[in-house]
Design a protein around this ligand. Structure first.
Ligand code: FE2
Length: 385
C-alpha cells in the first residue's frame, strides 16, 4: 500500500529556451510597481542583470538591485536585504542567480512582511501569514530552489546551516530559461550539476518519499547523468544545458516533496564550517554515503544505475557499478576530493555531530549515527588523492 501523502506545487513554472521574455507579463499579473532584484555581483558585472532591468523598465515599473548576498547565504545578508526592501517600499522580489540569492530571497520575503530575525522562522510551519511575492529566475542548473519551499541559511553565531520550510515562501512564478546557463563556467556547472544529481538520488530514495517524487527523481537522474559531462566540457551546447536545467527542476520537485538525506546532512555541515561550495561538498560525499546505504537500497540504486545507462542484470552488481560511475563522473568533470577544502581531521567529530543533528537525518534510507558519519568523513579523506 502507498502511504498517504500531500503533493502541493504552489509555484507556476514557465520553462523553455528564451522564456525570459515572459517576465514582464508575470510581473503584471502580480501587479508589481517596485521590484527588488536580488542577485550576486558576478551577474551584475557580467551584464546579465541589465536585461532584467530593461524588461521591468519597459513595463513602466521601478527596480532596485541588491547584490550583496554571499555564497552559503548568511543570516545578516537576509536581514540587511529585508531592511533595504522595507525602506525602499518594494512590493515584489525577483531572485536572479544560483541557489544563494534564491534561498536568501525566500527568507527576505518573510522578514519584509512579518519582521523579526531570520532564525525565528527556522524549521517547519513557522510562517503563518503571507510573504512578499517572489519570482525566481535560476541561472544555474543545480539547486532546484526556484520551485522548492525551503530556504537554507547559515546561522553565523552557531556556525550551522538551518532550513526554513513552508509553502508560504515558495515563489509565485519560476521562469526557467536554459539559455541563461550557457555562460556558466565549467567548475560551477560541474558542482551545481552534482548537487542536482544528489537531489534526484536522495529524493528518490528518502524514507519519506512517495511515487510522484520517486518518478521525477529517477527521470532526473537520466537527464542529469546523460548530459552533465557535455554541459561541463561544451558549455555552449544548448541541448545539453536544456536537459540539465530540466533535470535540475525535476530533481528539485523530487526532494522538495520527499526530502534530502545523509549526503546533504554531511554537505551542509562541511559547508557551514568551511564556507565551502554546496555542490562540491555533495560531490565529495555522494559515493561514500551511497556505499553505506547500499544494503538498504539495492533495488533503487540498481534502477539509478540503469537510468545512468549501466547495463547489468544483477541488481547488486548494477548498484555497485552505478556508485563507481558517479565517482568517475565527478573526477572527469574536474571536481576535487575532500582535502581540497583544507579540512582538519580534528573537526570530524563536530562535523559528524552536526550531520546527525540535521533535520534530514531521519530521511536517510539506512539508519545512520554520529560514529558512522565520522567513519564516512574519514573514508572520504583517506580515499582522496
Ligand atoms: Fe543541494
Amino acid at each position: 500500500m502507498i502511504n498517504p501523502f500531500e503533493f502541493v506545487l504552489p509555484t507556476k513554472i514557465r520553462y523553455g529556451a528564451g522564456i525570459l521574455k515572459v517576465l514582464g507579463e508575470e510581473l503584471r499579473l502580480l501587479k508589481a510597481k517596485k521590484v527588488m532584484i536580488i542577485t550576486d555581483g558576478g551577474l551584475v558585472n557580467a551584464g546579465m542583470v541589465k536585461r532584467i532591468e530593461e524588461i521591468i523598465r519597459t513595463e513602466g515599473m521601478k527596480s532596485i538591485i541588491y547584490d550583496e548576498i554571499e555564497a552559503n547565504p548568511k543570516d545578516y545578508n537576509v536581514e540587511a536585504c529585508a531592511e533595504k526592501a522595507r525602506v525602499e517600499s518594494v512590493d515584489t522580489l525577483l531572485a536572479f542567480g544560483g541557489g544563494s540569492p534564491i534561498d536568501a530571497a525566500k527568507a527576505v520575503s518573510v522578514l519584509v512582511r512579518q519582521g523579526g530575525k531570520v532564525r525565528d522562522y527556522k524549521g517547519k510551519g513557522k510562517i503563518k501569514n503571507d510573504c512578499l511575492p517572489l519570482i525566481t529566475i535560476p541561472t544555474t542548473a543545480g539547486t532546484g530552489s526556484e520551485i522548492t519551499f525551503s530556504s537554507v541559511i547559515t546561522d553565523t553565531k552557531e556556525k550551522v546551516k538551518f532550513t526554513i520550510k513552508s509553502t508560504a515562501i515558495a515563489a509565485k512564478t519560476a521562469i526557467i530559461d536554459p539559455e541563461l546557463t550557457l555562460s556558466v563556467p565549467p567548475l560551477i556547472t560541474a558542482a551545481t550539476g552534482i548537487d542536482a544529481l544528489t537531489h534526484a538520488i536522495e529524493g528518490y530514495t528518502a524514507n519519506c518519499t512517495e511515487p510522484i517524487a520517486e518518478a521525477v527523481g529517477l527521470y532526473a537522474v537520466e537527464y542529469i547523468s546523460g548530459n552533465l559531462e557535455e554541459a561541463v566540457k561544451n558549455g555552449r551546447n544548448l541541448a545539453a544545458r536544456d536537459k540539465m536545467m530540466m533535470g535540475s527542476l525535476m530533481a528539485g520537485l523530487s526532494f522538495s516533496h520527499a526530502d534530502v538525506a545523509s549526503v546533504h546532512c554531511m554537505a551542509e555541515a562541511l559547508g557551514s564550517l568551511y564556507d565551502a561550495p554546496h555542490g562540491m561538498c555533495n560531490a565529495i560525499l555522494l559515493p561514500y554515503v551511497m556505499e553505506y546505504n547500499l544494503p538498504a537500497a539495492v533495488c533503487k540504486y540498481a534502477r539509478i544505475a540503469r537510468a545512468m545507462g549501466i547495463k547489468e542484470k544483477d541488481d547488486y552488481m548494477a548498484a555497485v557499478k552505478g556508485i563507481g560511475h558517479i565517482k568517475k563522473l565527478s573526477k572527469e568533470i574536474g571536481l576535487p576530493g575532500i582535502r581540497s577544502l583544507n579540512v582538519n581531521t580534528d573537526d570530524f567529530v563536530l562535523l559528524a555531530e552536526m550531520s546527525e543533528k540535521n533535520g534530514s537525518n531521519n530521511s536517510n534510507p539506512r539508519k545512520i549515527t554520529k560514529d558512522e558519519y565520522m567513519a564516512l568523513f574519514y573514508k572520504a579523506y583517506y580515499d582522496c588523492d
